[in-house]
Design a protein around this ligand. Structure first.
Ligand code: ATP
Ligand code: MG
Ligand code: MG
Length: 393
């Protein structure tokens, strides 16, 4: 057997935490770089001596990334907002392998560049246009002239959970200024509104040898730009699942490097699919794969970057769902209430991420439901959703 490689993860949040579980089962040593000594991912790593190898520091810090690289054979990410320049340098200097490729991470960090690149490769996307830095009211009106209303103003960088998005319904000074104020002084671009009937996601995994597998497409249900519920597999016309997987695999085919990728898409009224964005890492719309598929997105990510054979992406059950547990305030009680309520549901698996503080809309955990039919799944879903803190909204 080849000597076991040590994997370094930039980011120690819930995605890192869920990577530690299959790593432990497969005996893969993991080291985490993140600020704080007790982040969600650092909590789970056993044996305790592994803790000594973790680094406390920002995943954007050159010195910390270099220190991690010295201790590891391969670096990967659980978040794309890392320092791609340093990752590229570390790889070029032969200090450590990085997967997926730093060039892919850099491209994806800038949602405008990502969209331009994918559109240039013939991947269907919503119409979009750039905005100048610190755009004026007139700049926004000009872009609306091209893309129509409503329009989604988006931060190019450092966006997640919709926190860099502002939908604009009119070109009144009040609406424009409210949007610009919300987005702050970040570089922006605009996207034409995609009047989708459903949102869809596909997880795609590729190993270093170029073997590619995708998971069944899922329906993702967002509210205020945050994923709430994910249903697997995607229901719809006969070849929809296949078309979604095909588009996702094609898009990922234009990116360099190994690992798991989350591909978000919009299903339009006429049945066509538009690509929204790609995440170069495990993704919230693949959490159900832990219980619902033969090999989870997390295990397949590790397998992919370590040149191990990819595991089956097939569903083990006819129907599955994932419900996010989001904070509603600083209180932990609604989160605990959701957990306790889910424990009465057969087939429910509760994951709490070990975050010590709750905040409104913060991802605190999730619940996976598996069932033998859609009808059974929906009865479980009703029970679980009833206990959501904002169920009455
Ligand atoms: P993530 O947490 O997935 O990284 P993000 O902050 O990068 O999210 P997007 O994926 O760009 O944001 O958008 C979040 C959500 O906003 C989408 O899932 C969708 O519900 C809505 N949205 C985004 N772009 C558009 C669009 N062009 N038209 C209509 N709705 C959109
Ligand atoms: Mg995003
Ligand atoms: Mg998104």
């Amino acid at each position: 057997m080849a000597p076991q490689k040590t994997v370094g993860i930039l980011g120690g949040g819930q995605l890192g935490r869920m990577l530690t579980h299959p790593a432990a089962l497969l005996g893969i040593p993991l080291l985490i770089l993140d600020s704080g000594s007790y982040t969600p991912a650092k909590q789970t790593l056993l044996p305790p001596e592994n803790h000594s190898g973790h680094l406390d520091g920002p995943f954007t810090s050159e010195s910390h990334i270099r220190e991690l690289a010295k201790k590891c054979d391969i670096l990967t990410v659980e978040i794309e907002h890392v320092n791609a320049d340093v990752l590229e340098a570390v790889e070029k200097e032969g200090l450590c392998e990085v997967q997926p490729s730093p060039s892919t991470i850099r491209l994806i960090q800038d949602k405008y560049q990502q969209k331009k690149y994918l559109a240039g490769k013939g991947i269907p996307v919503a119409p979009f246009d750039e905005l100048p830095l610190n755009p004026s009211e007139q700049d926004v009106k000009d872009v609306v002239g091209k893309l129509g209303l409503p329009v989604m103003l988006k931060a190019k960088t450092l966006a997640y959970d919709g926190r860099g998005n502002s939908p604009l319904q009119s070109t009144s000074s009040e609406d424009i200024n409210k949007s610009l104020e919300f987005l702050g002084d970040r570089p922006l671009y605009a996207e034409g509104w995609a009047p989708f009937v459903k949102e869809v996601a596909v997880m795609v995994v590729r190993n270093k040898e170029g073997e590619v597998k995708s998971y069944d497409a899922v329906e993702t249900i967002h509210r205020e730009s945050i994923l709430r519920v994910c249903l697997a597999p995607l229901r719809g016309e006969r070849d929809l699942n296949h078309r979604a997987r095909e588009l996702a695999e094609k898009a990922v085919g234009h990116l360099q490097g190994a690992g798991i990728f989350g591909v978000e898409m919009f299903l339009m009224e006429d049945g066509s699919l538009l690509l929204n964005e790609i995440a170069p890492r495990p993704h919230n719309s693949g959490h159900h794969t832990i219980e619902a598929c033969h090999t989870s997105q997390f295990e397949n990510h590790l397998r992919a970057i370590l040149s191990l054979p990819l595991g089956s992406t097939d569903l083990r059950v006819p129907s599955a769902a994932m419900v996010n547990i989001l904070g509603s305030s600083s209180s932990m009680s609604p989160i605990e209430a959701m957990r306790d309520n889910a424990l009465s549901v057969p087939g429910a698996a509760v994951h709490l991420y070990g975050k010590k503080e709750s905040r409104k809309a913060r991802k605190m955990g999730h619940i996976t439901l598996t069932a033998q039919s859609d009808a059974e799944l929906h009865s479980y879903l009703r029970t679980v959703l009833f206990a959501q803190p904002d169920a009455a909204d």
